[in-house]
Design a protein around this ligand. Structure first.
Ligand SMILES: *Cc1c(COP(=O)(O)O)cnc(C)c1O
Length: 395
């Protein structure tokens, strides 16, 4: 079947929740994918920051094959070998002590909200439950995480929303100070905002949040579902700021394409969960955690965070040159290979033009182009993408 036939079939049978482009991606290798018509694309979307190793990395494919032949699922009634291995790797490479596995970013944040509330009830008082999140943030689509998301468009139609959230402008420490109230128990933020327009947290802001949380005995939760796992140029984005959060959530890139989420916490905080307090049937199942172990191993062995840092600098340099030529480019921002280009006009046309010319990119809001290539992208692939982008901008 070709793109058009898949599009028709999809429209007939699949719920209409995504604004999809009229093509089916059927195969991928490294930074390249192919559609159902056989057309090739350079992939600077990477499954929205999922395929950080590129598509079908041979070590991840082998791990999934081996695990599929050994044990697909057994439940968390028992210890699961690759789950323990992945938890150990995450602990040994972060400031956290304990890991809970789930299936997505939204579910990881849902777990973080529950953990913060449970911890607060035990250690702060029964009237502590409110979580302050940032405007323009994105934390997921479950009822609690869409409420945590500081963007009205995600709330509309789902009222009544769960209570216990308030919103503060990102990168504004004074406003956050004023927002802390008698019920506040935690601050939740993305160190680099993704969906909200690719906005990095400023150094003094993130450090200031840590200090405010210490002074007011609040938990500091970072959502690294998009910016974590090498994407920002460090393994975890909080490392840019020389601070240690109390809780962190991960998902997207953790399984190299396999659906997995994780909630990490400091020992004392993690202790607020006792058997029976939180669970997920598929959470940390053998298949996805085997994929996770392979993914994280490659990420560390090949130091992809460092590559993201260097490739990101090269990429931004190239974009700055374009900014000089095209005055409708307002701002270029990001960290590592999480890059946003804010324009004065809507960017849907540019994205479609790139698609037609064989480059996949995405947006972050109507006026921001977003680039999330695999972390092992080469300079020559960046050059190739820039050529296509420039011809789309010139149109
Ligand atoms: C994608 C994303 C989520 C939601 O993850 P899902 O796996 O879609 O539930 C949460 N937070 C951030 C920062 C994200 O980018």
């Amino acid at each position: 079947m070709n793109n058009q036939e898949w599009t028709q079939e999809g429209q007939k049978y699949v719920m209409n929740t995504y604004g999809r482009l009229p093509l089916a991606i059927v195969r991928g290798k490294g930074a390249v994918v192919w559609d159902a018509d056989g057309k090739e694309y350079l992939d600077f979307v990477a499954g929205i920051a999922v395929n950080n190793l590129g598509h079908c990395h041979p070590k991840v494919v082998q791990a999934v094959k081996d695990q599929a032949e050994t044990l697909l699922h057994c439940s968390n009634l028992y210890w699961i070998e690759p789950q323990i291995k992945l938890a150990k790797m995450l602990v040994n490479n972060s400031c956290f002590d304990k890991v809970f596995f789930c299936n997505s970013g939204g579910e990881a944040n849902e777990g973080a909200i529950k953990l913060a509330r449970k911890y607060a009830k035990k250690h702060m008082g029964t009237d502590k439950y409110e979580i302050i999140t940032m405007k323009q943030s994105f934390h997921g689509r479950t009822l609690a995480t869409l409420t945590a998301t500081g963007q009205e468009k995600y709330h509309q139609g789902y009222e009544p929303l769960p209570a216990g959230f308030s919103y503060s402008p990102f990168n504004d420490l004074e406003a956050l100070k004023k927002n802390i109230g008698p019920h506040t128990c935690a601050v939740l933020l993305e160190p680099v905002q993704g969906e909200g327009g690719v906005v990095p947290g400023q150094d003094d802001f993130i450090k200031g949040v840590r200090k405010l949380c210490d002074e007011n005995k609040l938990l500091f939760i970072v959502d690294e579902v998009q910016c974590g796992l090498g994407r920002s140029g460090k393994l975890f984005a909080y490392e840019h700021y020389d601070i240690e959060p109390d809780i962190m959530t991960l998902a997207k890139a953790l399984g190299g394409g396999a659906p997995i989420g994780a909630l990490l916490a400091k020992e004392e905080v993690a202790g607020a969960f006792q058997p029976g307090d939180h669970a997920a049937t598929f959470g940390g199942n053998p298949l996805v955690t085997a994929a996770g172990v392979a993914t994280l191993t490659v990420m560390l062995e090949e130091d992809l965070a460092q590559n993201a840092h260097m490739a990101g600098e090269y990429f931004i340099c190239k974009l700055e040159a374009l900014k000089k030529k095209y005055p409708f480019i307002k701002e270029i921002r990001g960290k590592g290979l999480m890059i946003g280009v804010e324009c004065e006009k809507e960017v849907a046309g540019i994205i479609n033009d790139c698609l037609a010319k064989g480059l996949l990119i995405l947006s972050a809001g109507p006026k921001v182009l977003r680039f999330l290539p695999p972390l092992n992208i080469t300079f020559s692939q960046i050059d190739q993408a820039m050529e296509i982008l420039e011809s789309a901008l010139a149109n």
